[in-house]
Design a protein around this ligand. Structure first.
Ligand code: SF4
Ligand code: SF4
Length: 325
């Protein structure tokens, strides 16, 4: 019988999660609690109900449909009593606009593979494939392995996007079934790693050595978060670790922080802890990329949202001002 697992989303036509055109599968459940987490809906391993205010027309069909009386539409929004909710999905079925949803669908590995194979023509024409992401795909290891091996049997390139925090047995078990590993190295100071992510750095580094020994291609990724991971010493330490320990790293990506998840937090009655943080500047991203290159990492790139006012723009603004003076 096919293994089952929970998936929060299947994102098609992604170009940021590996080579070519990719379909990214977001697995539910993650052992980390990063302060800057963008996929808050994926942290809990079980399905959860979410409500989108902008789509709601207020007809209360969901409230009437709920067999547990877990819903109340108030002037401040939908109140979901998560102690009463049995995640039965009746509200989602009753809602005419898609404003209320159960986040986390149960799939069999076999059905998921068939769904992903629908995009095979795009993979073949772009040298793309499927990326297992999350949450954390290794949090549902048997399910992830069955999906990855099913795809590989059909000739699909499989990438694993991982935080690196799982048991040695799990990482060794999944590596033979993936073609590329997107591996996060976020913070190299052990105390800060524990504080910002909730887990110890030791396991992440130990698994990085195992990934290195596998010889499979690796892309290292660092989320660049203001006042958390953006200091020169952190990037230098990550770059040194790569150069000294991971000869199979093909590229190093610095991913600039953004705040697009702020509204998502509201769905879970939470406030995004970094909602008031500034975006990175292009200059800082260039400087950090330069530091990684200085340390000997050969293929360094950065991407993501930055502040509009780059040095060049400021300079031209000053020129405009002085012209107008
Ligand atoms: S999932 Fe079921 S129990 Fe939960 S709020 Fe919706 S209808 Fe009620
Ligand atoms: S059924 Fe949908 S649109 Fe109607 S009140 Fe509930 S969430 Fe809003």
């Amino acid at each position: 019988m096919s293994t089952t697992g929970f998936v929060t989303n299947i994102q098609r036509c992604s170009t940021e999660d590996g080579p070519g055109i990719r379909t990214t599968v977001f697995f539910k459940g993650c052992p980390l609690k990063c302060l800057w987490c963008h996929n808050i809906e994926a942290i809990a391993p079980d399905p959860t109900v979410v409500w989108y205010s902008v789509k709601c027309i207020g007809d209360q069909a969901c409230v009437r449909a709920c067999p547990e009386s877990a819903l109340e539409l108030t002037p401040d929004g939908m109140r979901i009593d998560r102690n009463l909710c049995k995640v039965c999905g009746e509200c989602e079925e009753a809602c005419p606009t898609g404003a209320i949803k159960v986040m986390g669908n149960l799939w069999t590995a076999g059905d998921l593979v068939q769904e992903l194979l629908r995009d095979k023509v795009f993979f073949n024409t772009s040298n793309g494939g499927v990326t297992l992401s999350g949450g954390e795909a290794t949090y549902q290891p048997a399910f992830a392995i069955e999906v990855a091996s099913g795809l590989q049997k059909d000739g699909v390139h499989v990438a694993l996007d991982t935080c690196g925090y799982c048991s040695e047995k799990v990482i060794r078990g999944i590596l033979p079934h993936v073609d590329l590993i997107l591996y996060d190295l976020k913070v190299m100071d052990p105390a800060k790693h524990k504080e910002y992510t909730g887990v110890s750095l030791d396991r992440v580094l130990a698994n990085a050595h195992i990934v290195a020994k596998s010889g499979k291609p690796v892309w290292i990724r660092t989320p660049v978060i203001p006042e958390h991971t953006d200091d020169e010493q952190n990037i230098r330490s990550i770059a040194r670790f790569i150069v000294e320990n991971m000869p199979n790293v093909e590229r190093y990506d610095l991913l600039a922080f953004n705040k697009m998840c702020t509204e998502k937090y509201a769905l879970f009655d939470m406030v995004y802890p970094l909602k008031d943080a500034d975006l990175m500047t292009q200059e800082t991203m260039e400087r950090l990329a330069g530091i990684a290159r200085e340390e000997g990492v050969s293929n360094v790139a950065w991407s993501g949202m930055t502040k509009h006012l780059t040095r060049e723009m400021k300079a031209s603004e000053q020129e405009v001002r002085s012209c107008g003076d």
